[in-house]
Design a protein. Structure first.
Length: 48
């Protein structure tokens, strides 16, 4: 596995960066949805 990662280092780096951006985007979207639900329920949340 390590050899494959070393051989495809640039490709692996792009995949990792892309996956990270997707996860951050999904997490941010979920947080916004959660905040909207909390606001709708009139629950105070400092994170929102």
């Amino acid at each position: 596995v390590v050899t494959i990662i070393l051989l495809n280092e640039s490709l692996t780096w792009r995949v990792i960066m892309g996956a990270s951006l997707v996860l951050i985007g999904v997490g941010w979207a979920d947080k916004q949805k959660l905040c909207n639900l909390l606001k709708g329920n009139k629950v105070e949340n400092r994170d929102c």
